[in-house]
Write a protein that binds this ligand. Structure first.
Ligand code: PLP
Length: 429
């Protein structure tokens, strides 16, 4: 039998770092990633035949659990009809209409990754306003396009620096990186660069620096200040959309307002590569072939991916969301109780059903990237490995959200409960 170690060694010999996305590596927790070969409901199985309760859910898409029968059936039917046509298909409009039934958008353009969606949204903001500068918030992740791999400059409202080798300063200098949840910083940026800011992009509830919920009214403030300055407001719901709640992170504020553009991904593809930029007709119709803003994709709107997304969203019933919310609350209590029993200082940050632990933050809480960076992150590696030994697969980084699905039943929850005491003890070290 091939072992996980052998599979990892083989992968490292041919794939940089042995992974096709850095977050899958165990760099921040140490050890050897298992090679998964099977997934069903709340479980993942590796090639040594170990089964884990999965709390990563392919980083978000598996809202209904793995291999949901209706999704698998829809995919089989789509495969039988043809893998890719390179033309319009009815499935594209069906999924777009479903998205527009749930979220306040008039147009939807499908792409294959969240990175493409946010990149297109930024291009649209610039095309629609004729301006260049974009505001993003430190700790928010919007995919890996050059201008969004930007780290904060030395002061408020200064031009950002590249966050990755290979990204020219000329590109990140068009991005202003501000502290999250800081209205004053946003006001200062608009004052410092009058008529130069094309738009603001934000995660509706950041979940890529751990979960950091918006202060009440923060998203609405962003809507108001962009409107007042004729700038485009982009709400990135790639991770939170149809996941944190049915209406994503935007829905958390029970809002009666909407951004100009949303970006969606993950859940809308149900495990296949789908993302979208969506929003008002006024901005979206700037896209080619109607307007001057170019965007394209050979496999955009792929029929199999559309079928998986449609089956996922139509099976994401109110009952499914209620189950996910209940399981998430239950899991948060289980984790908090286990950590408290071992005296581990922590806080649990949540946004809808998404949550994460921040170690050593009980006294001051977490409202932005600086706070999450200041936590006792080393405790997570110890916690993570004890959970893994107990048969629970968590994201290999403290800065990721926990993803629970509608398939996490009592048996899965019991397995997590059994693993938690040893993990809490390990984290207390
Ligand atoms: N935006 C957000 C909020 C994300 O969480 C991610 C990925 O995790 C992206 C964009 C990029 O999506 P993708 O990995 O599909 O390119």
């Amino acid at each position: 039998m091939t072992t996980n170690q052998q599979a990892y060694d083989a992968a490292r010999a041919i794939i940089p770092g042995g992974v096709n996305s850095p977050v899958r590596g165990f760099g921040s927790v140490g050890g050897t990633p298992a090679a998964m070969v099977k997934a069903a409901g709340p479980y993942l199985t590796d090639l040594e035949d170990n089964t884990y309760v999965d709390l990563v859910g392919s980083w978000g898409p598996m809202l209904l659990g793995h291999n949901h029968p209706a999704v698998v059936d829809a995919v089989h039917k789509a495969v039988d009809a043809g893998l890719s046509f390179g033309t319009s298909t009815p499935g594209e409009s069906q999924l777009a209409e479903l998205i527009a039934d749930i979220m306040p958008v008039e147009r939807v353009r499908f792409v294959s990754t969240g990175t493409e969606a946010t990149m297109t949204a930024i291009r649209l903001a610039r095309g629609a306003t004729g301006r260049n500068l974009i505001i993003k918030f430190a700790g928010c992740y919007h995919g890996h396009s050059d201008g969004l791999l930007a780290a904060a400059g030395s002061g408020l409202a200064t031009h950002a620096l590249p966050d990755s080798a290979g990204v020219p300063e000329a590109i990140t200098s068009q991005t202003l990186v501000l502290p999250y949840n800081d209205e004053e910083a946003v006001k200062q940026a608009f004052e410092a660069y009058p008529d130069q800011i094309a738009g603001i992009i934000t995660e509706s509830a950041p979940a890529n620096m751990g979960v950091v919920p918006p202060k009440p009214g923060f998203n609405r403030f962003l809507r108001e200040i962009t409107t007042a300055n004729d700038a485009v407001f982009i709400m990135d719901e790639v991770l939170t959309g149809f996941r944190a709640t049915k209406t994503g992170g935007w829905g958390l504020e029970h809002a009666d307002w909407a951004p100009d553009l949303f970006t969606f991904g993950k859940v809308i593809g149900g495990g296949l590569p789908v993302a979208s930029v969506a929003g008002t007709a006024a901005v979206m119709d700037q896209l080619a072939p109607l307007g001057p803003v170019y965007q394209a994709g050979t496999l955009s709107g792929n029929p199999i991916a559309m079928a998986a997304g449609y089956a996922t969203l139509t099976n994401a019933t109110d009952d499914a969301y209620a189950t996910i919310a209940q399981r998430s609350t239950q899991l948060q209590s289980m984790v908090a109780d286990a950590l408290k029993a071992e005296g581990v200082n922590h806080s649990i940050q949540s946004a809808g059903s998404l949550f994460s632990i921040a170690f050593g933050t009980a006294d001051h809480g977490v409202t932005n990237y600086e706070d999450t960076q200041a936590q006792e992150a080393f405790r997570y590696g110890l916690f993570f490995h004890a959970m893994l030994d107990g048969g629970v697969y968590l994201a290999p980084s403290v800065f990721e959200a926990w993803f629970i699905s509608a398939a996490h039943d009592d048996a899965a929850m019991n397995k997590i409960a059994d693993a938690l005491p040893a993990a809490a003890k390990a984290a207390a070290a």
